[in-house]
Ligand binder design. Structure first.
Ligand SMILES: [Zn+2]
Length: 153
């Protein structure tokens, strides 16, 4: 799914929910889909405000669940108490997350074996897998090379 297709999907999902397609909501969408890395709700607020300074914190916090419910964004919880978001992979293939334990940077890698893993584990219990996730913690390259992570500040 291209960004413009995702934008259309976002608009039609808003309509389905009885919500208006506003410039503020579109600014939030555009800010989110311009990101290559994971972002928090607060980071998204600042990014969206750079596009449209009338975007409010409340609108960001109301729009994020709409974007995750519609599977446009994926929510990532790395156990730090703060949720991270990222546009969903085009093909919807499962991904594994590798999290730097020093700077909390999140790397993602396509992991098609996760479907097999979830199905195998669930079927051993006579259950039906719905989803599965894998998180690996590691030291990122920046930490290995310099003993510090630039993002940790
Ligand atoms: Zn790091």
């Amino acid at each position: 799914m291209s960004t413009s297709e995702a934008r259309d999907k976002f608009k039609s999902y808003l309509s389905q929910k009885g919500l208006r397609v506003t410039n503020q909501r579109l600014a939030i969408f555009d800010a989110a889909f311009a990101q290559k890395e994971h972002f928090t709700a607060e980071q998204l607020l600042n990014l969206a405000r750079a596009i449209d300074d009338s975007v409010s914190r409340a609108t960001v916090y109301r729009t994020l669940p709409i974007m995750t419910e519609s599977a446009l964004l994926r929510e990532v919880d790395i156990g730090t108490g703060e949720k991270y978001y990222r546009p969903n992979a085009e093909n919807g293939a499962p991904v594994a997350q590798v999290v730097c334990v020093d700077c909390d940077r999140i790397f993602e890698i396509s992991a098609p074996f996760l479907d097999w893993y979830g199905n195998t584990v669930a079927s051993k219990l006579g259950l039906t897998a719905v989803s599965q996730r894998l998180q690996v913690t590691a030291h990122c390259n920046a930490f290995r090379e310099t003993g510090a992570c630039a993002r940790r500040c």
